[in-house]
Design a protein around this ligand. Structure first.
Ligand SMILES: *[C@@H]1O[C@H](CO)[C@@H](O)[C@H](O)[C@H]1NC(C)=O
Ligand SMILES: *[C@@H]1O[C@H](CO)[C@@H](O)[C@H](O)[C@H]1NC(C)=O
Ligand SMILES: *[C@@H]1O[C@H](CO)[C@@H](O)[C@H](O)[C@H]1NC(C)=O
Length: 176
């Protein structure tokens, strides 16, 4: 009796799953963190979307048990930058000083690519992470960053030789 009930329940679940899949043909990949990466390709800075590998794991660390957890990898010499409040701050054209993660804790950045007319401006919002790897030697002029006054950024360079493993999509990440 119990076996029969359980089986019906399982069949119903599978059927529901197929019906749900048919209604949502878009591939759901909610275990991967996708981030915009500023890269130097053929001497020009542009944007790719990187899916960081390995994907999210379930945390067993005290304080975050049971929640999604992603390792950012082997990092070195992180820094905290505060732009003055007031008008926008134009940092001009530059290469990434280090291959690194950048997180915005406040404010907003407009990152643009004068050498790559086909790369749309990238809006970098508070609460987001990006990767910047267009270091000298990979891109002739780099990218231009314009920061809203009061922006606060964390720069987290990769340790020597480290780049996070990733899947690559050849343009900026879609806005969710
Ligand atoms: C991913 O999405 C599916 C379907 O909405 C959900 O069942 C699952 O719990 C999600 N996984 C994570 C890690 O968020
Ligand atoms: C891209 O950014 C540049 C520099 O801030 C700005 O002059 C230009 O208008 C922006 N383009 C678009 C389409 O927003
Ligand atoms: C971090 O900074 C220290 C002190 O300036 C320096 O000796 C070290 O080489 C730096 N490490 C990296 C990976 O840049």
């Amino acid at each position: 009796m119990f076996k029969f009930v359980n089986l019906s329940f399982a069949v119903a679940l599978v059927y529901y799953g197929i019906a749900a899949a048919a209604k949502t043909p878009v591939q759901v990949d909610n275990t991967t963190l996708w981030v915009n990466a500023i890269v130097g390709k053929k001497g020009v800075s542009t944007v790719e979307c990187w899916g960081i590998q390995p994907p999210f794991a379930v945390s067993s660390q005290p304080g975050t048990v049971g929640n999604k957890l992603l390792q950012l990898g082997n990092l070195a010499n992180a820094s905290y930058t505060v732009f003055p409040t007031g008008p926008d701050v134009d940092s001009g054209l530059h290469n990434a000083p280090n291959a690194q993660w950048v997180a915005l804790l406040a404010g907003q950045g407009n990152i643009n690519f004068p050498d790559s007319p086909h790369t749309p401006n990238l809006t970098f919002n508070s609460g987001e992470l990006i990767i910047a790897v267009d270091t000298p030697g990979t891109s002739a002029v780099g990218h231009r960053s314009v920061w809203v006054g009061g922006t606060i950024a964390l720069q987290m360079p990769f340790a020597p030789g480290f780049v996070p493993a990733h899947k690559t999509v050849e343009s900026a990440c879609p806005r969710s």
